[in-house]
Design a binder for this molecule. Structure first.
Ligand code: B1M
Length: 212
């Protein structure tokens, strides 16, 4: 078994320390940082994402795999920067104003990072102004909004309006999700993309980043 499949397998099992050691070993052996990411860490996270979509693994397994991914990335990130490797694109994510649920939002973030996307995490209770200002300041190409309450999902419409008011609606895509959110709701508020789960959100973000 190659060191890359070793990294991928152990990431899927959530063996964070081992993943970090294997990434260190791969670097010592002279493997390029981008190759370790693209052939070891990301394929491992992709397998978990696909299994999550098919309900073959659940939130806890995704969380431990994401922790292993993060451990590997701690070692790899400085080397990727040194090598001038750029992220697939930059997005910001948050749970909308008035809403403190963040487990799903964190999963979306982890899946996106697993696809090589740079994610600015704004946390919870995020105002439309903060979403849009961050997108402008940080040059994010997608704003990702999560809502778990029927009483807060309408804030997503305000994010769309704020992006229009600030004159950046044509420069930034807006993705929405969370248990009460639907595709019909997404279309009704003029957002760009609804997805029902974290793995699909990450896939959609990659597609949007490639399209813009
Ligand atoms: Co709250 N809560 N909660 N809660 N809570 C729900 C959501 C609720 C359905 C429970 C119920 O009544 N049956 C209900 C909402 C009812 C409604 O509006 N229709 C509810 C309520 C009412 C409340 C309070 C108002 C309770 C109170 O105080 N009276 C209060 C609100 C506080 C606030 O936010 N202002 C409250 C508080 C809390 C806790 C703090 C105790 C805790 C949150 C802890 C935390 O997040 N750190 C909590 C929890 C844990 C839940 C439940 C039990 C679980 C939510 C969760 O994490 N699910 C929930 C009931 C339930 O769902 N069974 C409930 C797991 C998570 C992985 O799923 O977040 O849906 P989810 O994310 C999924 C997808 O939706 C999607 O991907 C994820 C994974 O695939 N997704 C996206 C999410 N964001 C996305 C973004 C995308 C794309 C996909 O693109 C950008």
């Amino acid at each position: 078994m190659s060191i890359y499949s070793d990294i991928s397998e152990n990431l899927q099992r959530g063996r964070a320390k081992l993943v970090r050691q294997l990434v260190e070993q791969a670097l010592e052996e002279g493997c390029p940082a981008a190759e370790i990411l693209n052939e070891g860490l990301m394929p491992g996270m992709n397998v978990i994402g696909e299994k999550f979509k098919r309900n073959e693994v659940y939130v806890p397994e995704v969380l431990v795999a994401a922790r292993a991914m993060n451990m590997g990335m701690q070692v790899l990130s400085p080397r990727l920067k040194e090598d001038g490797v750029k992220a697939a694109g930059k997005v910001c994510i948050g749970t909308v104003q008035g809403d403190l649920h963040d487990i799903g939002k964190n999963l979306v973030k982890m899946m996106m990072e697993g696809k090589g996307i740079e994610v600015v995490d704004l946390g919870t209770d995020v105002s439309p102004e903060t979403f849009v200002q961050t997108a402008i300041d940080e040059d994010c190409r997608i704003i990702c909004c999560s809502a778990l309450l029927t009483t807060t999902m309408d804030v997503m419409a305000d994010v769309v309006k704020e992006a229009e008011a600030r004159g950046v609606r044509d420069k930034v895509k807006i993705m929405v999700g969370g248990a009460p959110v639907t595709d019909a709701f997404c279309r009704s508020i003029g957002a760009d993309k609804y997805t029902s789960d974290a793995a699909s959100a990450a896939d959609a973000a990659v597609e949007l980043l490639c399209a813009v």
